[in-house]
Write a protein that binds this ligand. Structure first.
Ligand SMILES: C[S@@+](CC[C@H](N)C(=O)[O-])C[C@H]1O[C@@H](n2cnc3c(N)ncnc32)[C@H](O)[C@@H]1O
Length: 406
């Protein structure tokens, strides 16, 4: 698999006349280059111009910020992104994902997980105490955020230098560098920009930050391994720079905490294709189930995908009752496959279809079922007012999605 941030040839140094050391990342980790005059940034922002937009002279920079309470962060992207993000960099994940009562309980009870070696998987995260269903039990803040634009522009060498600088300017670059044990072609441990590129490749999350599609690295959460039917999932703060890990189910002491690196619901072959970039053979319970069980699961998953297309065709044909039957079948299959988050879309499809038949009561019931799942999963905030989330608001929230799918 090619590197995630496989950027080639398209960024060039800000000024060709500047001395080579000016662009040498090594100077970044030298504390002498830290200058308070760049406050609130910890170092002088380092900028280059993408070669693809020479007329625009659009800058692409590294901005590093040392959080007051928490790890430092380097942002690689347009300077406006760093400026807009600045007020959010000190956000407190606890106050975003928890109610005040939950936050004080979290702060006064021991941590419920441990980070340790897991046979065959490197390092992983294990529950050390019971983690109740739907509780948010682990938090992290981004250490590196990369605007994906240079990725699209394929400009590896300069991106590598920016990334190396971005990591070097963190208070603890080793926390990021330790996330890779990858070797190069000669079997030696990767170093420098190559190593940091590998870290981003295998550990970063795609997330929206200030409306930019970015890759963000969260070093603690990076230690969570993949499972196709995971027991936990990731929630992003609205800013995209904080995350919380939430339990889908009760997790018992000794159980490994897992998240899915992929969209949920894929059949085996497509999961394995997509997992290739992480370079491991998945041995999660779903992937190592008996051939019969895997076949049955794949059949259900493929049928769920087909059902989506069928529902839309029937809807277009005006066969609403038939579309409802197919959507109900998909709901049952999703339940069998334990794909709870996917039910929200399906229930809203059913709410919409029943609306078309003037069956308001059924429509309201399905909207309420969606709201209940969203509340449990935390997508309506830590203390949602459920009175607010009736049929009308749910249709509004899902309107675009449902219309788009139709
Ligand atoms: C985001 S990291 C997870 C933490 C990693 N195990 C570590 O030691 O830092 C992703 C890497 O972990 C390993 N990994 C994750 N899930 C795995 C699984 N289910 N089975 C085997 N290896 C896994 C793979 O090497 C993958 O590239």
């Amino acid at each position: 698999s090619g590197p995630l941030l496989d950027i080639q040839h398209l960024l060039r140094p800000e000024s060709t006349s500047s001395s080579p050391t000016q662009h040498h990342p090594k100077h970044a980790s030298n504390p002498k280059t830290s200058d308070k005059s760049y406050a609130p940034w910890a170092h002088k922002p380092h900028c280059i111009y993408p070669q693809t937009a020479p007329n625009k002279r659009e800058r692409f920079c590294v901005h590093t910020y040392h959080r007051q309470y928490g790890p430092s962060i380097s942002i690689i992207g347009k300077p406006e992104m760093a400026t807009d993000l600045l007020p959010k960099l000190d956000e407190d994940p606890l106050s975003i994902f928890l109610t005040p009562t939950q936050a004080s309980e979290y702060l006064t009870t021991p941590r419920k997980y441990d980070v340790r070696p897991i046979p065959g998987k490197g390092i992983g995260v294990i529950a050390t105490q019971k983690i109740p269903q739907y509780s948010t039990f682990m938090f992290d803040q981004a250490s590196i955020v990369v605007d994906l634009e240079p990725d699209e522009k394929k400009s590896a060498p300069e991106y590598g230098r920016l990334l190396h600088l971005a990591v070097g300017q963190l208070r603890e670059p080793v926390v990021v560098r330790n996330l890779s044990t990858a070797n190069d072609e000669r079997g030696l441990r990767k170093r420098g920009a190559e190593l940091e590129g590998d870290v981003m490749e295998t550990n970063s999350f795609a997330t929206k930050v200030e409306d930019a599609q970015t890759k963000a690295l969260f070093p603690l959460v990076s230690r969570i391994n993949h499972a196709c039917n995971p027991n936990a999932f990731v929630m992003f703060s609205p800013s995209g720079v904080s995350i919380g890990i939430k339990a889908y189910h009760d997790i018992l002491p000794g159980e490994e905490i897992t998240i899915s690196y992929l969209f949920l619901g894929l059949p085996t072959l497509r999961r394995h294709e997509r997992l290739e970039k992480w370079g491991f053979k998945c041995t999660c319970p779903l992937c190592s189930a008996s051939p019969n069980a895997r076949f049955a699961s794949d059949t259900r998953r493929i049928r769920i995908e087909e059902a989506e297309k069928e529902i839309i065709d029937l809807w277009r044909d005006g066969q609403i009752q038939a579309a409802i039957r197919v959507a109900e079948e998909a709901v049952e299959l999703m339940k069998e496959e334990d794909l709870t988050p996917m039910l929200t879309d399906e229930y809203m499809m059913l709410a919409r279809l029943h609306m078309l038949r003037q069956e308001i009561e059924e429509s309201e019931d399905y909207a309420a079922m969606t709201a209940e799942i969203l509340k449990n999963l935390g997508f309506l905030g830590p203390e949602p007012d459920m009175g607010e989330w009736g049929l009308e608001k749910m249709l509004e929230a899902y309107g675009e999605g449902v219309i788009y799918r139709a």
